[in-house]
Design a protein around this ligand. Structure first.
Ligand SMILES: *Cc1c(COP(=O)(O)O)cnc(C)c1O
Length: 384
């Protein structure tokens, strides 16, 4: 059996070596390392793929989120609501801009932000909601957009984990994740569903004015050379990373289908176990549907109900099966973000999930033998 990895970037590279190397070599030959034609080409191709009017590439997913908030003109003291159960980058940029993060609980079956908790947290100072499409599937965007509309709030999608996922609205319209709110951010960190070979990120919007503001902001607030109209940042996607992404984008749907296939096999093998809660897809789909792209499984995350999550992680690792705990600490209890405003009673689900979740190896190169080996280890252990 091939060695099991959490993410198999080498295996994926083997399958796309030629395209990537040709694309990178074109950058080397052109020597246009910053803002070269590859960046522009990739930008256009991603706009077409997502069906969004503007893609603005930048240096990483964290910058992308920060720049979204800068572009919307959010001001110190403005409250921004986001999920307690996510990667820290989301709350980090809110705090960094002196905005006030308002963390709220999530839903137990999807791990995504709880709309009722958002509603409860809205005050006259609330300016934006940041739903994170966690682990590869969209938050409840119908309800979130409706709520935002009612209270006149911006919706900034953190789409670092769900690029390529398709959201079906209640009325049947379909749109890609990252094209649902006012503006969205994504990350091209190597292990993300569309990853480059270094750092990278992008911002998406259909708003022409906002896109214009943001294009200047990523480049020192410059709209005309050496005229600095606003305070910006230096956040660029370099041409070599764009070359990698341009080569990989045509494969994104295929990569996501491989992830879904692995997820289906995991769920089939693990179903019916008393102590394991399998990940659910929503969007009206039963189980892990075969026909739509509602979930692109950035992670395959189960809940272990018998209190043996940490022991299971240890057991897997002793058997050379890597796994991850995303995330072990609720953001409201992270030292940097503790705040007397928060009441433990408002986070029952997150407080529970951090003790129960475990993410199994998930990537495009998993084979049946590996999945069988992993699921057998899990089942034997939870029943022991
Ligand atoms: C990865 C990630 C980010 C940050 O992306 P970087 O490119 O690493 O800066 C932000 N939010 C979420 C939910 C992520 O998973």
């Amino acid at each position: 059996m091939k060695k099991i990895q959490m993410v198999d970037l080498k295996g994926q590279y083997e399958g796309i070596k030629e395209e990537v190397e040709t694309s990178i070599n074109e950058v080397l030959e052109s020597s246009a390392f910053i803002n070269g034609p590859k960046v522009h080409e990739f930008q256009k191709e991603l706009e077409d793929y997502l069906g969004v009017k503007h893609v603005i590439p930048c240096a990483n997913g964290t910058d992308a989120l920060q720049i979204c908030m800068m572009g919307l003109g959010l001001q110190p003291g403005d409250e921004v609501i986001t999920a307690d159960f996510t990667f820290a980058a989301t709350v980090e940029v809110i705090a960094l801009l002196n905005l006030t993060p308002v963390l709220v609980d999530v839903e137990p079956d999807t791990f995504n932000i709880d709309v009722k908790a958002i509603e409860k947290a809205i005050t006259p100072k609330t300016k934006a909601i940041v739903p994170v499409h966690l682990f590869g599937q969209c938050a409840d965007m119908d309800a979130i957009l409706e709520l935002a509309d009612k209270h006149n709030l911006y919706v900034i999608e953190d789409n670092a984990q769900a690029i390529g996922a398709v959201h079906t609205f209640k009325d049947g319209r379909k749109k890609k994740a990252g094209n649902l709110g006012h503006v969205a951010s994504t990350s091209f960190f190597p292990s993300k569903n569309l990853g480059c070979y270094g750092d990278g990120g992008a911002i998406f919007t259909n708003d022409d004015d906002l896109a214009h503001i943001i294009r200047g902001m990523v480049n020192h607030g410059m709209y005309k050379r050496y005229h600095h109209d606003v305070i910006g940042v230096n956040s660029r996607l370099d041409s070599i990373q764009a070359a990698v992404l341009k080569a990989k984008l045509p494969k994104l749907d295929f990569y996501n289908s491989k992830r879904r296939e692995a997820a289906r096999k995991y769920s089939k093998a693990l179903e019916g176990q008393d102590h394991i809660v399998l990940p659910k897809t929503v969007n009206g789909c039963e189980g892990i549907c075969e026909t739509c792209d509602c979930h692109v499984f950035h992670q395959y995350t189960v809940r272990i109900l018998n209190g043996k999550r940490d022991e299971l992680a240890q057991h897997l690792s002793e058997n050379n099966v890597p796994c991850g705990v995303y995330y072990p600490i609720p953001l409201h209890r992270q030292k940097a973000y503790v705040d007397e405003r928060y009441d433990e009673a408002d986070f029952p689900i997150t407080n529970q999930l951090v003790k129960e979740v475990i993410s199994l190896p998930m990537h495009t190169e998993l084979d049946d033998e590996q999945i069988q080996f992993i699921t057998k280890l899990v089942i034997d252990f939870v029943n022991s």
